[in-house]
Design a protein around this ligand. Structure first.
Ligand code: PEP
Ligand code: MG
Length: 747
């Protein structure tokens, strides 16, 4: 029986291929195909439903149902049995469709007389393209072999759809990858860019899903798998014993590459008439569909390993290596599912924009994109399936929107926006050398945040007075192993050289929470944001902190040095860290190293507790810097990484502003210098309110200095203070509406 079906299935695929080779137009082809499948499977009905848009399926061809319903019958994702197949991306097999759960009666199709129903998803690389259905009058459940045969056909249909076989005048569908698409995402880095798509991992195109000679295909598959195994073994040798995580991934690869089950399923697909590459893709699609349903993180990782391996295998089989011969456009916009910081640094400033399907605002790739000032949109759902190399694309980093293959109206509106942003940049450049002097004569010092060498060219161009926060952990995060002391000395020295005497505040290693070093064993903590992080790690592992302090002292080499400790929650933590600094200084002196000309040691105020530390702490510390990102998350008990709650509480909430004011007052009482270095310092309206609360030193990303300075120079802080105070007296929750109204009145 199985063998008979096998040869039937091969015959059917052969006929499908002939149908494809003929001159019929898209719709005719689809009609012919439904007829072929229906006859071959011995069913009265065969229908093909394809996606009209992301949410709607349309009956595009049928043999057996009412022909009038073609292009008329539509259903939403999840609606009816067909909608269910598409949504769950799994088959539905029932002997009694009209009474099955979820059945929806579509009178125009005349399907109520057909009892049994088998629907399988038409999917390519885990992307659902439509649903293939067979129905018959007799009430029977379809056998495993029949299901399998239909799945193989669906696979071929998916390839044909991808190749545009059903496109044409009045046909089933418009060409894929030709329509304009607007993809909403999340802002990763502001700015706007227009260019052409450069896929980080180009899509593999399979042009020959059907093959005549199963023996030859099986041989090709075996050869390719062998090549893959050798490649994985080689990678294992190179990885050596050092990198445990990498080793683990490669071991998993090897396991899959040797997996008999995987091989057997692909060989079975081939004996049913698929080519070797189509067989790989079919199994990959199944794995991807499963991946979207599995919640266990370990299993998901293994499925994603299998996905990677399938990609490699496809590249070997199709000869489309990572290097497809395509040339990077002159205005590349990088499109990727995700990308690591090191890979992004390799592309460097050649990119005009970046769009990631996953990623997050706080991810390291986002940090690098910001350092390079490249507009970035993250969470751009499905962008890697929609975009093709070379597609025209516009990245709106202000709104977090991507326009793929935009039409002219969108294009010209977008270009207006780019021109407006450029004009604003010009305005900011004209005040670059001027101080942030308010109308009532207060001067605010504006500094920039940095963390990579790539940031430093911004120091002169942004108009920053210095680096108010140098996040030293970024250098640790973008590497595969712990940097050595000598490397750090060289790096910090280069930072100080580039600063040309301007003040640089080096923050010691701030790891833990979301910043996990790839080469350090992650701690399984119930709540990492409240866990073993920043100075807590530094004090518990003084070896690393000492090494870093030594590197900073040696890099300063007699120049002034400014260091601050992150996440200090109580005075004793600062005292202990400072003691370590003093000891290190003494030891360095004994070793004959030149000590810094002056040394300032500060603390970051990132937990509410520190604001209420004994007055002695404020007297002892050389300066304080408010880390608003963390401070705000603990003040409101709202995770800064959690999209659901991240924006729930406004920075201009009266409670938070009053808290900031309180900190400033305590610092004024002791003459302690205080600055604000969280992201909010770079938002003009927030910066204005902080200045009104008495802050005189703000540190922000370089691109924000122009906009913040421009607003400060046009404002009277006394008036802003009055607006804030009135709003407070009126009992308003946030002062934002009042301040915005005042700004509008100012024009
Ligand atoms: C902060 O918490 O505000 C801060 C500046 O530090 P980071 O964002 O690196 O935690
Ligand atoms: Mg912080």
């Amino acid at each position: 029986m199985a063998e008979r079906l096998e040869s039937e299935s091969r015959k059917l695929l052969g006929r499908l291929r002939d149908a494809m080779a003929g001159h019929a137009a898209g719709q005719e082809r689809l009609d012919e195909i439904t007829s072929l499948i229906g006859t071959s499977m011995g069913c009265e009905v065969c229908s093909i439903y394809l996606f009209r848009d992301a949410e709607t399926l349309e009956l595009c061809a049928t043999k057996g149902l009412n022909p009038e319903a073609v292009h008329q019958t539509r259903m939403k994702l999840g609606e009816g049995l067909v909608g269910q197949v598409a949504k769950q991306r799994t088959l539905v097999n029932t002997p009694d469709a009209p009474n099955a759960r979820g059945f929806r009666y579509m009178p125009e199709t005349g399907e109520e007389i057909y009892s049994s129903f088998l629907g399988v998803p038409i999917q390519r690389l885990g992307e659902a393209l439509g649903v293939l259905v067979v129905q018959s009058k007799s009430a029977r459940e379809f056998s495993a072999d029949e299901i399998y045969a239909l799945e193989v056909v669906a696979m071929v249909l998916a390839e044909m759809t991808e190749l545009g076989a059903f496109v044409g005048e009045g046909a089933a569908m418009s060409a894929r990858h030709s329509q304009p698409v607007m993809i909403p995402g999340t802002v990763g880095q502001e700015g706007a860019a227009e260019g052409h798509v450069w896929l980080h991992e180009p899509r593999v195109v399979v042009t020959n899903p059907i093959a005549d000679d199963p023996k030859r295909e099986a041989e090709r598959l075996r050869e390719a798998v062998e090549q893959l195994r050798v490649g994985v073994d080689k990678m294992l040798q190179i990885a050596g014993r050092q990198d445990k995580d990498q080793l683990q991934v490669l071991e998993a690869y090897r396991m899959f590459a040797n997996s008999k089950g995987w091989m057997r399923r692909m060989e079975e697909d081939i004996s049913n008439g698929l080519s070797a590459e189509a067989a790989v893709e079919k199994e990959q699609s199944t794995a991807r569909a499963r991946m979207s349903q599995v919640t266990d993180s370990y299993l998901r990782e293994r499925l994603s390993d299998l996905d990677d391996l399938s990609n490699r295998l496809l590249r070997i089989l199709t000869g489309q290596g990572a290097d497809t011969g395509a040339e990077m456009p002159s205005d590349p916009i990088l499109v990727a599912r995700n990308i690591g910081p090191a890979e992004l640094l390799e592309y460097g400033r050649s990119l005009k924009g970046i769009v990631l399907e996953q990623g997050s605002v706080g991810s390291h790739a986002a940090i690098v994109a910001r350092a390079l000032a490249i507009p970035l949109v993250v969470h751009a759902n499905r962008v890697t399936t929609e975009a093709l190399n070379g597609d025209h694309i516009m990245v709106d980093g202000e709104q977090g929107i991507v326009h793929l293959r935009p039409d002219e109206t969108v294009g010209s509106a977008f270009r207006d926006k780019i021109a407006m942003l450029a004009a604003a940049q010009e305005r900011y450049a004209s005040i670059r050398e001027k101080p942030a002097h308010t109308r009532d004569g207060v001067t605010i010092s504006l500094h920039m945040n940095a963390g990579l060498m790539a940031d430093l060219p911004s120091l002169p161009s942004s108009g920053a007075e210095g680096v108010g926060l140098f996040r030293t952990e970024l250098q640790f995060l973008v590497r595969n192993q712990m940097p050595r002391r000598a490397e750090l000395v060289a790096l910090y020295a280069r930072v100080l050289d580039a600063a040309k005497g301007k003040r640089v505040v080096f923050r010691t290693l701030d790891i833990g929470s979301d910043k996990v070093l790839p080469y350090m064993k992650p701690n399984d903590e119930p709540n990492p944001a409240l866990g073993w992080r920043a100075i807590r790690v530094g004090l518990d592992k003084p070896g690393i902190m000492r090494m870093q302090l030594q590197a900073l002292i040696r890099a300063a080499n007699g120049r002034p040095l400014t260091v601050m400790f992150p996440f200090v929650a109580q005075m004793e933590e600062y005292t202990e860290a400072r003691r370590l600094m003093d000891k290190t200084l003494a030891a360095e002196a004994r070793l004959g190293h030149l000590l810094p000309e002056t040394i300032e040691v500060g603390a970051m105020l990132e937990t509410p507790s520190l604001a209420f530390a004994p007055i002695k702490f404020f007297e002892d510390v050389d300066f304080l810097s408010i880390g608003g990102n963390d401070l705000k998350q603990f003040f409101f008990a709202a995770d800064r990484e959690n999209e659901r709650v991240r924006r729930r509480y406004d920075t201009l909430n009266v409670s938070f502003l009053s808290f900031v004011e309180r900190i400033v007052e305590r610092c004024e009482a002791t003459g302690t210098a205080v600055s604000f270095c969280g992201e909010d310092a770079g938002r003009p309206v927030e910066a204005l309110c902080f200045a009104a609360m008495g802050l005189r030193n703000l540190s922000m990303r370089p691109a924000s200095i122009g906009p913040v300075k421009s607003l400060l120079r046009r404002s009277d802080l006394g008036e802003v203070r009055k607006v804030i105070s009135d709003a407070r007296h009126r009992g308003e929750m946030s002062v934002r509406p009042a301040v915005m109204a005042w700004l509008r009145r100012q024009g």
